[in-house]
Design a protein around this ligand. Sequence first.
Ligand code: GDP
Length: 197
Amino acid sequence: MSLNFNKAEFIRSAAARDGFLRDGLPQFAFAGRSNVGKSSVINRLVNRKNLAYIGASPGKTTQINYFLIDGRAYLVDLPGYGYAKVSQAEKERWSRLMESYFQEGADAITTGVLIVDIRHKPTENDRVMHDWFRQTGCPEIIVANKLDKLKRSQVEPALALIRETLELTDRDILVPFSAEKGTGKEELTGLLNKACE
Ligand code: GDP
């Protein structure tokens, strides 16, 4: 039976490895640079305005938020990266948390979801995140968000640039998406459902 993404609840935030969940349920780990629309994509998937902002209390940006979907899978919201105004201390906290997550928690990842901006060549940080997912060996879905900001003729070249920059293989799935309009939602939920079978 497919997951009902409308049934989503915040479970916990983890700032270190003792907070990582590993109870055997499938986990979809969502990553992306700050402002790429990661929260908007998550909110679109679960049909809620604010779910992905729940764990995002001020001053607590460096944490991993777990949401339970339909009582049967976790959506894992990894902290965003690449925001220029973040302090050095915060950047180091981010690195420590991600290193420990990819060392200790990564075998719990069912599918990695990397969100990039369809308008731009993926950044160096996007490539690093993509490599981390790749090293875990989990299947990965790349969501090219903000599709609504492109003209139709710009879409294919933009997708080709993302494929080329991230050196995507046939195994990697690239989904054009608009959190704003809802485009790509069915495809993404379908892929996540398939990953749980
Ligand atoms: P996050 O930092 O990655 O969680 O990004 P947010 O979800 O907070 O979104 C950052 C900004 O991008 C907000 O102003 C959103 O309204 C906007 N945004 C997110 N997704 C889309 C999209 O698909 N299309 C457009 N046009 N704007 C988007």
